[in-house]
Ligand binder design. Structure first.
Ligand code: FES
Ligand code: FES
Length: 196
């Protein structure tokens, strides 16, 4: 780093103390005003389940919920997220660390391959299903078009979301054996793989 770069970097005096409410927990951090929400989540709060792809609002891999609605966390500053409820992919797992119902449906329907895009799709789906718990397959196809996946071809992502919606309406939790494709095997995707 040159002396010029050092002189233009943020000083401690330029940083601000903010409170972020993430997954129901209030967290304090000292950050630059220009820090994006996704960087604050990943680097300051160590919630690395939220991924960063394009960093300019196109790919959707950084999707989180802001007050329940899907939002691109690369397009928000962390300071703008104060006084809002932020929900990340880490919230989806069960309290014992097992996969949540939506994650289980993605796993058993093969709704992911490399998994890089998956946290974004999960949060997109979570926010959407809260708004529309009985979507048609065509509606789900339109919703997932907002995020990029370079592996799956999308069909299995749609399958996963449609099935989760059906199971929730039936009152199932989507756990082992509930997604219509048998019980999970040792090859099934783990929470670690899905959310990080
Ligand atoms: S990283 Fe935010 S939309 Fe691509
Ligand atoms: S599973 Fe690889 S980019 Fe979507």
């Amino acid at each position: 780093m040159t002396s010029t770069e050092e002189s233009t970097g943020p000083t401690e005096a330029e940083k601000v103390l903010i409170e972020l409410r993430v997954n129901g927990v209030t967290r304090e951090l000292i950050t630059e005003p220009r820090r994006t929400l996704v960087d604050a989540l990943r680097h300051d709060l160590r919630l690395t389940g939220t991924h960063v792809g394009c960093e300019h609002g196109v790919c959707g891999s950084c999707t989180v919920l802001v007050d329940g609605a899907p939002a691109r966390s690369c397009l928000m500053f962390a300071v703008q997220a104060e006084n809002h409820e932020i929900t990340t992919v880490e919230s989806l797992e069960e309290s014992d660390g097992s996969l949540g119902d939506l994650q289980s449906c993605f796993s058993r329907n093969h709704g992911l391959q490399c998994g890089f895009c998956t946290p974004g799709f999960l949060m997109l789906a979570e926010g959407y299903l809260a708004e529309n718990p009985a979507p048609t397959r065509e509606e789900v196809r339109e919703v997932v078009a907002s995020n990029y996946c370079r592996c799956t071809g999308y069909q299995t992502i749609v399958d996963s979301i449609v099935e989760c919606a059906e199971l929730r309406r039936q009152g199932h939790d989507g756990g082992p054996g509930m997604c219509g494709h048998g019980s999970p095997t040792t090859e099934d995707t783990t929470t670690e793989e899905i959310s990080r």
